[in-house]
Write a protein that binds this ligand. Structure first.
Ligand code: DAV
Length: 372
């Protein structure tokens, strides 16, 4: 054994640096995304299908593949710095991916694309206990997104974490419905992807110990969910939550578990009466109408819906980081005995999300438990 490998093996005998079983145990270490090098998403049908606003969809077609303009970037960078600083003052270790240039065009045997960003680590990486799983993402522009996280992934691996990747999808034209049109305001949801091969984004799952919840979406199909079910095996169980979102993508503006027995729910995306029976005994916190962010140009170019108000990050079972411009959400949390910590972050919306999206919990202090 080389001295280098011996040292790495020694390291793996100490406690595993990756350990996160749910969304609420005390947060010790987190990866926070980056904005440098971010490139506006491609105009591929799978991308435009997932963007909620008409104006944003229209804009995406024109500006696809451009670098973000500096007025959007500088405000978001400023808020991101504030968020990172806040996590530090709360005693959370913050790790960052490498900066990367996502405007570089790459190709596979079947297609070419530019990249997107590493602003939202929650989307591409799933942490279940001591394992980090690279997600088989459905957007072509995200094909190599985990690479800027590889220095961290290798470090965690050498220190004892398990590291795996779902089968790399081909993302050929056959996966996408060329006739996809955004669905009407009511009636059944249509998905832009079919079951050609397993795909999922990590952010379509939330974790409650041995039980995971998932939404099928424009980036997560049934085969993707089934792949993860078989990969995790016993004692894990994966439960589907039916999303009423017109452009479903990612569960973390739909439901978010805040503590054992306490679930934050977006009433526009979820019919509370149709939640899985196992949640009947849980305290359901109905998210209030999102407060409009005054003078916030970012909402016109947001990659996400106004329900980013739900996209909070729990520091522990009481303290929750919440967007400063969402007083109704702050009051709801206070009324239920939480300690909301307001932080400005509305400018992150054009880059794909809010606090939950922009982070990936690596370590929360606690063991795996069954809550149901
Ligand atoms: O409600 O538009 C956005 C989730 C971003 N990770 C929404 C989902």
């Amino acid at each position: 054994m080389t001295p280098d490998l011996r040292q790495k093996t020694e390291l793996s005998r100490t406690a595993c640096p990756v350990n996160s079983h749910n969304e609420w145990d005390p947060l010790e270490e987190v990866i926070v995304g980056r904005l440098e090098g971010a490139t506006i998403a491609s105009d591929h049908i799978a991308v435009t299908a997932a963007i909620p606003g008409k104006s944003a969809r229209w804009l995406a077609k024109i500006t696809a593949g451009w670098k973000y303009p500096s007025f959007l970037l500088s405000e978001a960078l400023h808020e991101l710095e504030g968020f990172v600083e806040l996590l530090g003052t709360l005693g959370v270790t913050v790790r960052r991916p490498e900066p990367a240039d996502f405007s570089i065009r790459f190709k596979t045997p079947h297609w070419t694309s530019k990249g997107l960003a590493n602003a939202c680590p929650r989307d591409s990486l799933l942490v279940i206990g001591d394992e980090i799983i690279e997600a088989p993402m459905a957007w072509r522009c995200r094909y190599f997104e985990t690479h800027s996280f590889r220095p961290l992934l290798k470090e965690y691996f050498h220190r004892g974490a398990r590291w795996s990747a779902a089968p790399k999808p081909e993302l050929r034209d056959e996966l996408y419905d060329p006739d996809y049109r955004p669905p009407a305001d009511s009636g059944p949801v249509r998905y832009v992807i079919n079951e050609f091969e397993p795909v999922f984004d990590a952010a379509d799952f939330v974790r409650c110990g041995t039980d995971l919840f998932v939404t099928r979406s424009n980036v997560t199909n049934r085969s993707g969910i089934e792949w993860l079910r078989r990969h995790l095996g016993e004692p894990y169980r994966i439960h589907e939550i039916e999303s009423l979102a017109r452009h479903p993508m990612h569960i973390d503006t739909t439901i978010l578990p805040l503590a054992p027995g306490r679930l934050l729910v977006n009433p526009e995306y979820v019919d509370v009466k149709r939640l899985p029976a196992m949640l009947k005994s849980w305290d359901i916190l109905i998210a209030p109408e999102p407060d409009p962010v005054k003078g916030n140009i970012q909402r016109f170019v947001s990659m996400s819906s106004r329900w980013l108000s739900v996209n909070v990050l729990s520091i522990d079972q009481k303290r929750v980081i919440v967007e400063k411009n969402q007083p109704s959400m702050i009051r709801l949390l206070e009324r239920h005995g939480f300690e909301p910590i307001p932080c400005s972050f509305a400018s992150y919306a054009p880059f794909g999300g809010s606090f939950h999206c922009a982070t990936l919990d690596i370590r929360r202090r606690g063991e795996r438990q069954c809550y149901f």
